[in-house]
Structures are given as structure tokens and as C-alpha cells.
Design a protein around this ligand. Structure first.
Ligand code: CA
Length: 220
């Protein structure tokens, strides 16, 4: 899952970003409203974490512009503006959630997972797919009832597939889900991780659609 964090306070941004990466998210960071808009136009994110008091363009304006394009991206406002009127204004401008600084990091992570769950149309906090049960919060994975050890990248890749069973996903799309812009992709390409998942889950688990990409089939 890939998040965009828009925050002009470097200390807050760095600590939130570091923590979210440890939780297995790919995180990009924009320091002002205009930089955020450029990234939103060029990249695909699963969720936006948006400060309100931002240089160059206020967070509320960024949010209003996004929603005026009918973009349904989940948005959580992270701000020190704690008046009820501000919270109401933020939610009415199209935010899905609103967290007041200083916030507890565990609560931020729990709210992110709640929004992603809703976005995926899932009520169950666990992701179930045939013999596979994945807990996106604790990263515990069971396969045929037995614990399965997956690396953070393997988990990110598996989640991208299980989010859209039946859809053929391109390498570029999968890479976007796994890496932020300044993550070191290195020599371990998406194909290497697909190979690793197939070894752990069976060769037929992820199917290759020649010339297009990869998919896990929709279960009957
Ligand atoms: Ca700010």
C-alpha cells in the first residue's frame, strides 16, 4: 500500500514516515500543497495524509481540488487545528477522517487500516483468499493453517494482488504499490518477488498473462 504524506514540518514528517515504513507502507512525502498536487497527478496512491497549514497551497484547497475532480482517494487530515468547526469543515470538504496533532502513532496506523479496509469494500480486518489468511495490521499470515513467513516486500506484493483478484496487474502498477519514489528498488525486481511468492504459495497462485502482467484468479 502506498501513501502520500503532505506535511511541511520536517520533524513530524520524518518520524511519521519512518514509522509507517516500519509498518510496511510505501510512503512518499510532499512538503507543500503544490508539490502534493503534482505527485497526485503523476503517481497512484492508496491514501492521502494531509496537513492543513501548508506553504504554497492550503491543505483544504488541495482537498477541495481533488474532490472537484471526483477523485475518491481516501483522505485523512492530520492537523493541529482542533476546533470542532475546523473538523466539520475538513470532513465536509471531503476528508474521510480527521486526526488532531499531537496524535498517538498507533491510532494513526489503526485509522489508516480502517480507511484502507473500507476502500477495499472489506468488513473483515483479515484478508482471506482460499487457504490464505493475511492480517494486514500484524502482518501475520497463515497458509493452510500454518504460519507463513513473508518479507515486507513480499507482503506488499501479495496485498496488491489480493486487493484486486481477477485483475491483470502490470509490473509498473505492482512496483508503484511496493515502492515510494525514493525507495531503492535495487536489483530485486517485482518479478523476483513474484517468483518468491510462487515458491511459498505454489506455482499456480500467481498467473502470468503474457505481455500484460500478472493476476491471482477471482475465487468462485
Ligand atoms: Ca503545517
Amino acid at each position: 500500500m502506498r501513501l502520500l504524506l503532505v506535511e511541511d514540518d520536517r520533524m513530524i514528517a520524518e518520524s511519521v514516515r519512518k514509522g509507517l515504513r516500519q509498518e510496511g507502507f510505501a510512503v512518499d512525502w510532499a512538503q507543500d500543497g503544490r508539490a502534493a498536487e503534482l505527485l497526485l497527478q503523476s503517481e497512484n496512491f492508496d491514501l492521502l495524509l494531509l496537513d492543513l497549514g501548508l506553504p504554497r497551497k492550503d491543505g483544504l484547497e488541495v482537498l477541495r481540488a481533488l474532490r472537484s475532480q471526483n477523485n475518491p482517494l481516501p483522505v485523512m487530515i492530520l492537523t493541529a487545528r482542533d476546533a470542532v468547526a475546523d473538523r466539520v469543515k475538513g470532513l465536509n470538504a471531503g476528508a474521510d477522517d480527521y486526526l488532531v496533532k499531537p496524535f498517538d502513532f498507533d491510532e494513526l496506523v489503526a485509522r489508516i487500516h480502517a480507511l484502507l479496509r473500507r476502500q477495499a469494500g472489506r468488513g473483515d480486518p483479515l484478508i482471506r483468499y482460499g487457504p490464505l489468511i493475511l492480517n494486514p495490521i500484524t502482518h501475520e499470515t497463515l497458509f493452510n493453517g500454518a504460519p507463513l513467513a513473508l518479507s515486507a516486500r513480499e507482503l506488499a506484493l501479495l496485498e496488491a494482488f489480493l486487493d484486486r483478484p481477477g485483475a491483470v496487474l502490470s509490473i509498473a502498477y505492482l512496483q508503484e504499490k511496493m515502492y515510494g519514489l525514493d525507495d531503492d528498488v535495487g536489483s530485486n525486481t517485482v518479478e523476483v518477488y513474484i517468483h518468491a511468492l510462487r515458491k511459498k504459495l505454489g506455482s499456480g497462485f500467481i498467473r502470468n498473462v503474457r505481455g500484460v502482467g500478472y493476476m491471482v484468479p477471482r475465487l468462485p
